[in-house]
Design a protein around this ligand. Structure first.
Ligand code: HEM
Ligand code: HEM
Length: 136
């Protein structure tokens, strides 16, 4: 397995632990849970679930198609965009909800959302250019 794919899987597990930790924290501190629920949801859904799918997909889908990944370079760039975007979103939502530095948090959210969508588009292009029906 390529090192970058191992890192997709490692980051997925790290986000799962972080997402679950915030989940427990929200149960223990219901008064501030609303500040964290969106970060919790996206650490689990974009962090754990999507990052796991990126890693497993990059490993297995080219093999199913009998080909190499369309672009290893895109796979590396996407890794950094997906992680930077998610960390920006996960930090930006509670910062904005907390009211301190709300303007800076709003800007961080817009940039992070664009970076995250960029990472999704790169994944889409890379996988669609890779998968191909195998002649039976
Ligand atoms: C240790 C595990 C987890 C704990 C303790 C936990 C806890 C919580 C809590 C306390 C809330 C807020 C509920 C409320 O609105 O009052 C919540 C919301 C949510 N959780 Fe988790 N959660 C866990 C795992 C997960 C996982 C694995 C996922 C997804 C894969 C997930 C997805 C969500 C989503 C999407 C919401 C927002 C639902 C909404 O829009 O109201 N959670 N969770
Ligand atoms: C492409 C990047 C994404 C961006 C920029 C984004 C942005 C947002 C925003 C702005 C909200 C509303 C937050 C609020 O209530 O203030 C939201 C909510 C939500 N999103 Fe996403 N999202 C993204 C990807 C995803 C994905 C891939 C999933 C599921 C697999 C997802 C699941 C949800 C859920 C369940 C909620 C409701 C959670 C809550 O109650 O706060 N999102 N998202």
């Amino acid at each position: 397995m390529e090192l970058i794919i191992v890192w997709y899987l490692r980051m997925s597990i790290i986000y799962f632990v972080a997402g679950a930790g915030i989940g427990i924290m929200m149960i223990l501190e219901p008064s501030t849970a609303g500040h964290y629920v969106t970060s919790h949801a996206h650490l689990n859904l974009l962090g754990f679930m999507s990052m796991m799918i990126y890693g497993v997909g990059y490993h297995i889908l080219p093999k199913f198609s009998g080909r190499h990944i369309y672009s290893s370079r895109i796979m590396h760039i996407q890794f950094w965009l997906a992680n930077a975007g998610l960390i920006g979103l996960a930090a930006g939502w509670p910062l904005r909800a907390g009211g301190n530095a709300a303007d800076a948090a709003a800007s961080l959210l817009i940039i992070s959302a664009a970076v995250t969508v960029g990472s999704v588009v790169l994944f889409a292009v890379n996988i669609l250019k890779t998968v191909k029906a195998v002649q039976m």
